[in-house]
Ligand binder design. Structure first.
Ligand code: SF4
Ligand code: SF4
Length: 292
């Protein structure tokens, strides 16, 4: 099972769910946690892994040989990301905007552009609390989060039939979230029962639907806010798979980097139940797909 834990917005407790689900499952089956929230990875703060392996994620950016450049501006016109400007027939590059498509080098009539390597992130792998953990971290200012997410996903075991591979995606509905969620078996959406939670949940649901992923909801901080998230889920038929009540001792545990299921062992059974529900929904969806 390969599942993604996503949320329409930050601060809903997505990483808490990912980490504590992983900790609850580790006695039952091998667990791998992939932290694909590459702009702000924080699962390692809870699991405290020792990273034994690291890999730099590289891409290419253009380098212009001014001696060969005739100032025609074709590269600048081609670039959809404004990563090259030609001012007074002089080309200027903005590597932090470059999406590494390679098109400018292709359209340059004088072959003045060559592609050079640039580091866009780092992927580290290790073990923390008995869980194989991979963390991806995007280089500051790079727009290429999806490439770093893909590099993190590359570290997942190819055969995950008897394993739980849990992907902690970035908050929101960006390309990085798509890269984290596509081709997984299930997308778990974490929200909170507030108007903001509902608004962002609807966006996350749309994304899961577009990707054709079976999905369900965890309501964190249940008891706060109003019932609109519940009404939305009931009206749209999206299953609510777990609720975690709002309790100050849970919030305090999170704030000091504590592990909920260790401090509140009764929660472990509930996370195991969550896993069973995820499996059941994913299986049902798979069987429906085969019939269809
Ligand atoms: S490689 Fe693509 S994105 Fe980067 S500067 Fe060239 S055209 Fe623009
Ligand atoms: S396309 Fe080539 S020759 Fe034309 S401005 Fe760009 S780098 Fe210079």
């Amino acid at each position: 099972m390969l599942i993604t834990i996503a949320s329409g917005k930050g601060g809903t407790g997505k990483t808490t769910i990912a980490v504590n689900l992983a900790l609850s499952l580790k006695e039952k089956l091998p667990v791998v946690l992939l932290d694909c929230d590459v702009e702000e990875p924080n699962a390692h703060l809870f699991l405290q892994p020792t990273f034994g392996q690291s890999q730099r994620v590289m891409t290419t950016i253009p380098e212009i040989d001014e001696d060969k450049c005739n100032g025609c501006g074709k590269c600048s016109k081609f670039c959809a990301f404004n990563a090259i400007a030609v001012v007074n027939h002089k080309p200027l590059t903005f590597p932090e905007l470059c999406h590494s498509c390679g098109g400018c080098a292709l359209v340059c009539p004088t072959r003045a552009i060559t592609e050079v390597q640039r580091e866009i992130g780092l992927v580290e792998t290790g073990v923390g609390c008995g869980i194989d953990t991979t963390k991806g971290e995007l280089a500051i200012g790079s727009p290429l989060a999806p490439m770093v997410v893909e590099a993190v996903r590359e570290t997942a075991p190819k055969d995950h039939t008897e394993k739980a591979v849990i992907i902690d995606a970035s908050p929101g509905t960006s390309c990085a979230v798509v890269a984290a969620a596509e081709n997984t078996d299930f997308c778990l959406l974490v929200t909170e029962p507030t108007p903001f939670g509902l608004n962002d949940l609807t966006l996350a649901v749309e994304l899961a639907q577009k990707l054709g992923l079976p999905h369900g909801v965890v309501i964190n901080r249940a008891g706060l806010g109003d019932r609109k998230v519940y009404d939305y889920c009931h009206q749209t038929g999206i299953p609510i798979l777990m609720e975690i009540p709002f309790q100050t001792q849970y919030a305090a545990c999170y704030a000091r980097g504590g592990r909920l299921v260790e401090e509140f062992p009764d929660l472990k059974a509930r996370f195991l139940q969550l896993w069973d529900l995820i499996r059941a929904h994913a299986k049902e969806n798979h069987e429906r797909g085969q019939l269809g």
